[in-house]
Design a protein around this ligand. Structure first.
Ligand code: FES
Ligand SMILES: [Fe+2]
Length: 341
């Protein structure tokens, strides 16, 4: 079940350089992306209309792309503009194109009809290009279906167990239930973890007893926009258990994207960091290294979970009260995946 009418992160904007076509598979669909000499991103089906060769093995010629099998050339709108040795170009000689946008350091691809692409729906991620934040980055590919990664990010009770070595997360992450708010295209998950050691991504504060405000939105198809604010003890109560009012020791942000490649393969891209005024590039790299260690812990758990699930046809999960955000999010996914794209 894939939602087509939404923005997927196809990669980091700086992965796509002028004149260099790149292959990506997103929701089982082979796509070629390239950047024109003007710097614009172009995305089209990675399949030549002639005999199906990959256009990603082709050659950029200005803003056009030439298939390097028999030389058909396509302009940036996917229309075939040249067939070597043939004058007449059939009308149907065109490749499907996709709406694609550089935003927040990522290349976002709308997998539904390009005419329906609404840039206002691109999530407001804090990206590696944001001058106010010093972000480190990383990515992994998981041999698992993307829903398992989404479920993982919708329920942080796993921090206490899966991430006891990396984040050194306290038991309270498992015992304190967050407030879950249902949004149009996702959920908001918020909570205080009061009077517990700061998790390791708090850098030098890690292990210090603090009140931690954890607030994130998780939006379709799997975009996490998170702030984690480490505050002096007593801030949770002084803030009436709403967003912190004063007492802030350090603010972290993280933006993460789950991009399904195919049924059992998922790309996970993340950036994480602190305010630029409060962190050096080395700090950002160190924070990203802790996060990376955590996501490898997630990968080990999720890939082995996938193996078990694949051997368990008919298995039905038994939800706990920690699964509230998962249940709401799955409902939204179901509703939106029924919309044709
Ligand atoms: S397959 Fe592309 S030109 Fe023949
Ligand atoms: Fe995790």
């Amino acid at each position: 079940m894939f939602v087509r009418n939404c923005w997927y992160v196809a990669g980091w904007s700086d992965e796509f350089t002028i004149g260099s076509p790149q292959a990506r598979t997103i929701i089982d669909q082979p796509i070629v992306l390239y950047r024109t000499p003007e710097g614009d991103l172009v995305a089209m089906e990675d399949r030549c209309v002639h005999r199906g060769a990959p256009l990603s093995a082709g050659r950029c010629e200005g803003s056009a792309l030439r298939c390097l099998y028999h030389g058909l050339k396509f302009d940036r709108t996917g229309i075939c503009v040249e067939i070597p040795g043939q004058e007449k170009i059939p009308d149907r000689a065109r490749v499907r194109t996709f709406a694609v946008e550089d935003r927040h350091g990522w290349a976002w691809l709308w997998m539904g009809n390009a005419e329906a692409a609404d840039t206002a729906l691109i999530p407001a991620a804090t990206g590696i290009d944001n001058p106010d934040w010093r972000m480190g980055r990383g990515e992994e590919v998981f041999a698992a279906e993307y829903n398992l990664l989404n479920d993982n990010l919708l329920d942080f009770s796993h921090l206490s167990y899966v991430h006891r070595n990396s984040f050194k997360a306290d038991e309270k992450w498992a015992t304190e239930r967050p407030t879950v708010t249902v949004l149009d295209r996702g959920v908001r998950v918020q909570r205080w973890i009061a009077n517990a050691p700061a998790i390791a991504s708090a850098r030098d504060l890690g292990g210090t007893p603090v009140d931690t405000w954890s607030s994130y939105e998780f939006l379709i198809p799997g975009i996490l926009l998170m702030e984690t604010t480490f505050c002096s003890l007593g801030t949770a109560e002084a803030s009436d258990f709403g967003p912190p009012v004063g007492g802030i020791l350090r603010e972290n942000r993280s933006s993460q994207a789950i991009t399904p490649i195919s049924a059992r393969s998922t790309r996970y891209l993340f950036c994480i960091g602190s305010r630029a005024s409060d962190a050096s590039p080395e700090d950002a790299d160190a924070t990203a290294a802790v996060a990376r260690m955590a996501f490898l812990e997630d990968r080990a758990m999720i890939e082995s979970q996938q193996e078990i699930l694949d051997k368990s046809p008919g298995f039905a999960p038994m939800p706990t009260t920690a699964d509230k955000a998962i249940v709401h999010f799955q409902r939204i996914m179901k509703r939106l995946s029924s919309v044709a794209g």
